[in-house]
Design a protein around this ligand. Structure first.
Ligand code: G1P
Length: 276
């Protein structure tokens, strides 16, 4: 069973400046809930109860969000507003939250390695909160779908989605042998290839399940694209040694790291969740 989840949240969020000048991008609200809370709720639905955050300077609001605010609770006790805090209070009461820092920006692989002490020798999920994911209506969330596959196959799994060929340079891109129902065994992975160099248009989105041997592999992975240590490169090594799967999930994904995706997510959540 996957019980742990790592959130790399040290990135600057420059695409949302000036909103993210003094506020973490992960705290941007989609309607009335910060992005990062959607990610945590998706993980809880998948059976996870132990959360590690790899933070950086200027990210204290995330730690405060996952801690009790006694003053606020006392203030609104007995008023109609109490209920508005119940979703986050339930998360705080039923899960563990731990924080560590990535003190240099050396890529997603490096961020994940920085969380090693919070994970130990356990398989774990990674959520990039910028990608807001929703399962199909009435069906399981994306991490829950992946956790079930992990229980069957016991190896690392990345979530994938088809993207327009001209957008491969924004993603890690995979190639592999199709096994069944949107499940591929990875044979190649490239970080942000130009369209003419991309092996396919199957792009990795921000949901991973990783087996703990990945840490040692990352330690031995040299900097790649943009001079950063890429999880994509480490996963290719893992795929060549054994097996890494890619899973075309059932559901939707909004790229909330971009203004367009963020607005789309907001409209979707407003219409289909908040107003429903
Ligand atoms: C990261 C990964 C990339 C992946 C993407 C998903 O890139 O490096 O492989 O496709 O997340 O959102 P970033 O968006 O952080 O540049």
């Amino acid at each position: 069973m996957i019980k742990k989840c790592l959130f790399p949240v040290a990135g600057y969020g420059t695409r949302f400046l000036p909103a993210t000048k003094a506020m973490p991008k992960e705290m941007l609200p989609v309607v009335n809930k910060p992005l990062v809370q959607y990610g945590v709720e998706e993980a809880v639905e998948a059976g996870i109860d132990d959360f590690g955050f790899v933070t950086g300077r200027g990210k204290r609001a995330i730690a405060d969000h996952f801690d009790i605010s006694y003053e606020l609770e006392t203030q609104i006790k007995g008023s109609g507003k109490e209920e508005l805090l119940s979703s986050i209070r339930n998360l705080i009461d039923n899960n563990r939250f731990a924080f560590t820092r990535q003190n240099e920006m050396k890529g997603l692989g490096h961020a994940i390695l920085s969380g090693r002490n919070l994970i130990g020798d356990n398989p774990f999920a990674v959520v990039l909160a910028d990608d807001l994911c929703m399962g199909d209506e009435g069906g399981p969330g994306v991490l829950a779908q992946m956790a079930e596959l992990y229980n069957q196959f016991r190896c690392s799994i990345v979530a994938i989605q088809e993207v327009p060929p001209e957008e491969t340079n924004k993603y890690g891109v995979i190639a592999g042998e199709h096994m069944k129902d949107g499940l591929y065994r990875i044979s190649d992975m490239v970080e942000k290839p130009a369209p003419e160099d991309a092996p396919t248009n199957l792009a990795i989105i921000g949901r991973y399940i990783l087996t703990p041997d990945i840490f040692e592999i990352i330690e031995n992975t040299p900097p790649g694209k943009n001079g950063e240590v890429q999880i994509t490169d480490a996963l290719l090594t893992q795929a060549k040694k054994g097996c890494v799967l890619a899973y075309k999930f059932k559901g939707k994904r909004f790229d909330c790291g971009s203004i367009d995706g963020f607005v789309e997510a907001t409209n979707y959540v407003y219409q289909n969740i908040y107003k429903a």
